[in-house]
Design a protein around this ligand. Structure first.
Ligand code: GYE
Length: 322
């Protein structure tokens, strides 16, 4: 090889090396930019919850987000631990569905100190310092409870002896769905809650609590109001086992609007469900991206819900996505 061709070859090789280096630097940079988001989920207590998890997971993979998922099995201490672990791992942002309303300040302060924005989904928290979270995306649970009460008042002509199945104690939807429902029946003096207990948003909880109440303070029940569909489906089973006809002898209404509730309405066992949309993935990641760009977010975005009953259930069932 003469000197000239050697030099040409050397030049080509260095160009190749240089462009390889640039290319790998660019791809390293792209990999760097892939967001890592931690999602601290409550658990898997209901069909609603499973649909929410699925929505967040599928939206993360659609956007190429590296999602770290934690299931707290219904325990706040586990959720707090998960948030702390996300902070230690240096995630870009955290999505939190807080199991209960109180007790979040210390860990949220740690996130703020680490400059990690926290987006709250589906349940709110009680705090005097709203700068501890970037935004909350949730339904208006008080309005849901009120809509349920109004539907029941209309259906029964303002006369009902009600068993109330409450959600998880201390959870925003349990507190607010109770508040809204009580406000809604207030004007109707012959509508009374004769028994009220928590079934922890679970089907088994709804069944067990209804079974027990039917033998005691709830024996004269004419309506069951459950804070979610799963508990209503459990109550339907308990009513049937007690020889009653849910949907006819006892009016049953609940909140969420999951597919199982629509099927029960078509089967004439459930009378009404107030929708609560769990498909929060797209909104949650929009919020994460905006927060990371430093854009100002509204403190709360309210998800709009509708009421469905046995008249509209069959037509709506094929449209249900969860
Ligand atoms: O209604 C219920 C659940 O936080 C809005 O939690 C959510 C509630 C939902 O397990 O089914």
């Amino acid at each position: 090889m003469n000197t000239r061709s050697f030099l040409t070859k050397l030049g080509a090789t260095s160009i190749a090396i240089a462009s390889f280096t640039v290319a790998s630097l660019i791809s390293l940079h792209a990999a760097d930019k892939k967001l890592t988001v931690g999602f601290a989920q409550v658990g898997a207590e209901s069909a609603w919850r499973t649909a929410e998890t699925e929505s967040i997971k599928s939206e993360a993979s659609k956007r190429g987000v590296n999602l770290k998922f934690s299931d707290a099995q219904g325990k706040q201490e586990n959720q707090i631990k998960a948030v702390r672990a996300f902070i230690a791992q240096g995630v870009d942002a955290i999505i939190l569905a807080p199991v209960v309303e109180t007790g979040w300040e210390p860990v949220l302060r740690e996130a703020r100190r680490a400059k990690i924005p926290v987006v709250l989904v589906d349940r709110g928290i009680k705090t005097a310092d709203e700068s501890l979270f970037a935004t909350l995306i949730a339904s208006d649970f008080v309005a849901e409870g009120r809509m349920a009460a109004e539907w029941l008042a209309k259906k029964t002509g303002g006369k009902a002896s009600i068993i109330e199945l409450q959600g998880t104690p201390g959870a925003a939807p349990a507190i607010d769905r109770k508040k809204g429902f009580e406000a809604g029946i207030k004007a109707h003096h012959e509508m009374k809650i004769i028994a009220s207990q928590s079934g922890d948003f679970r089907r088994s909880g709804g069944k067990e609590v209804t079974e027990a109440l039917l033998k005691g303070s709830g024996a004269s029940v004419t309506a069951v109001y459950a804070h979610n569909d799963d508990m209503a489906l459990g109550a339907i089973q308990a009513l049937e086992e007690a020889g009653k006809k849910p949907g006819t002898d006892v009016i049953v209404l609940s909140i969420d609007g999951v597919k199982g509730a629509f099927e029960a309405m078509v089967a004439a066992k459930l009378n009404c469900t107030v929708e609560c949309n769990p498909l929060l993935g797209p909104m949650a990641f929009d919020a994460v991206e905006k927060a990371l760009k430093g854009e100002k977010l509204p403190k709360k975005t309210v998800v709009q819900d509708r009421v469905f009953d046995s008249n509209s259930a069959a037509a709506e069932l094929p449209n249900r996505r969860y």
